[in-house]
Design a protein around this ligand. Structure first.
Ligand code: DUC
Ligand code: ZN
Ligand code: ZN
Length: 480
């Protein structure tokens, strides 16, 4: 009698380093065996398909709390639905600190909300107000609770911290043992430039890109790296939009600093010209940093190939186009400064990257697995995720590399009322998603039950260990 629950038969397994024909046996939600002629349990025919690790989206904003008590429009149920439909089985999303408050209450509320998720989930803790009690008590508390990454913003009025605050967060992260992720744009430069643009009557969505050109992101990236070096704290630079920024990161990596980088499909397939569509339509493509000029994608692909960029996440941050709290919250003709930033992308991430990356020959299937599942899982300490090895969680996607699809908002199944990729043809599509051995999506039908996702508490892991390199050997971080 077999104790196998599910066998996937006849597929081509793609891992972060190789691909080979094999069957996969699953028991108790985990991969039990990989080999030839396996059988037992429910058998799933993967003939002609690739078997990939379920996608790990390490940067997506889901049901994020807002200071007025409301949340982002995308709920844990709708975001999970879109994720599973698109082949993603785990996410890292954001618990936020509101200025003037600590971390614990909003984390508790966020954990409660996440209980409806159908994907497995972890959190980054956003720190906006690094007071003494937050640094001394709350950061160690959230790290102990399994949140091993912090996020800081170097811009946005309600979120930004200044350089002193950033240094204090870096030091607290090092003491507690957490990675720090950074949104790098220069707050004062954007504010100054924005005032000048508005005064000149340049108010439409396209001027969003003008208000924060690459130099603004490059300067903040350089500064983030330099301050992290001073503290000897590992960091990940989020949403790198162009080669000028990636160049800074490559220089730091070449010097042996623990700096990793992420980009997102919007920087590979959209351009700033998308924000120049008639009327208010350009608002659909507004995110920060903004999509850049037509040559930017080629520069990013070069850095992906060189290994500067480790992760491709969605930065899913949906604001609907027509909804009351979406892109038009300040009116249908609001100046760019008042239009919420963010584009939806949790469900389109994998198909866009396969189509633009693998189908075009820019990257291999194993590169794809590394960028979308293996690396995000390793860099954020998600044990058991992003790998096809015995003992790993049986999060698997049966992927049809030849399937041609037209992306529409309906196909993506998120709550946001648009996708910036509407009408785009892609090659490569997920046909079945298994989450911990359960069929969570088959042919676009999402079958997972709300609440079936699990919280992924994270312990200490290698990437967050400092290098031990300190100027003059003096460790300011240990003095708070
Ligand atoms: N930029 C962010 O920093 N977060 C969410 C969306 C965006 O565009
Ligand atoms: Zn950001
Ligand atoms: Zn983000």
């Amino acid at each position: 009698m077999s104790s196998t629950d599910v066998t996937i038969r006849g597929g081509t397994v793609v891992t972060e380093s190789t691909q080979f024909r094999a069957d996969i046996a699953i028991r108790d939600g985990r991969i039990a065996a990989i080999g030839e002629s396996l059988s037992g349990g429910a058998e799933i025919d993967a003939g002609g398909l690739l078997v990939l690790p379920g996608g790990v989206d390490s940067h997506c904003h889901i049901e994020q709390l807002r200071p007025d008590g409301t949340t982002d429009e995308e709920s844990f149920v709708t975001a999970s639905t879109s994720a599973l439909a698109g082949g993603t089985t785990s996410v890292v999303t954001f618990a936020i600190q509101f200025k003037g408050q600590g971390l614990r209450a909003s984390l508790a509320e966020y954990r409660r909300r996440a209980e409806t998720a159908m994907v497995d989930y972890a959190f980054h803790q956003i720190v906006t107000d690094p007071t003494d009690p937050v640094l001394r008590d709350d950061i160690p508390f959230v790290v102990e609770a399994g949140i091993r990454s912090l996020k800081v913003f170097l811009t946005y009025d309600s979120l930004r911290i200044d350089d002193r605050g950033f240094l204090r967060v870096l030091a607290a992260a090092r003491r507690a043992g957490a990675l720090v992720t950074v949104h790098c744009e220069n707050y004062d430069a954007i504010g100054w430039y924005t005032e000048a643009l508005l005064a000149a009557g340049h108010t439409g969505p396209k001027y969003h890109a003008w208000s924060r050109p690459p130099v603004v992101e490059r300067e903040a990236t350089y500064r983030a790296i330099a301050l992290a070096e001073l503290v000897d704290q590992p960091i990940q630079i989020f949403h790198v939009s162009c080669a000028e920024v990636a160049d800074e990161i490559a220089r730091a990596q070449a010097r042996g600093l623990k700096v990793w980088a992420e980009t997102c499909p919007q920087y590979l397939v959209l351009t700033e010209h998308d924000m120049d569509r008639p009327g208010f339509e350009g608002a659909k493509f507004m995110c920060s940093p903004p999509p850049r000029g037509p040559d930017a994608a080629a520069g990013l692909w070069a850095h992906i190939s060189r290994g500067t960029i480790d992760v491709i996440s969605s930065d899913h941050s949906g604001y609907s186009y027509d909804g009351a709290s979406g892109k038009r919250v300040h009116g249908a003709d609001a100046p760019f400064r008042d239009i919420p930033n963010g584009v939806p992308g949790i469900g389109s991430r994998l198909s866009l990257l396969w189509s633009e990356g693998v189908a075009t020959g820019r990257i291999s299937p194993s590169d794809f697995v590394r960028l979308t599942a293996f690396n995000p899982a390793r860099l954020f300490g998600l044990a058991g995720k992003g790998q096809i090895v015995p003992g790993a969680d049986a999060d698997l996607v049966l992927w049809d590399p030849t399937r041609r699809m037209t992306i529409t908002n309906t196909v993506l199944q998120h709550r946001i009322d648009y996708t910036p990729y509407e009408g785009r043809e892609v090659t490569g599509w997920p046909v079945l998603t298994l989450r911990r051995g359960e069929v969570a999506m088959r042919d676009g039908a999402v079958l997972a039950a709300p609440g079936s996702g699990r919280f992924l508490p994270r312990g200490p892991y290698d990437f967050i260990r400092p290098t031990g390199r300190l100027a003059h050997g003096f460790d300011a971080a240990s003095w708070r």
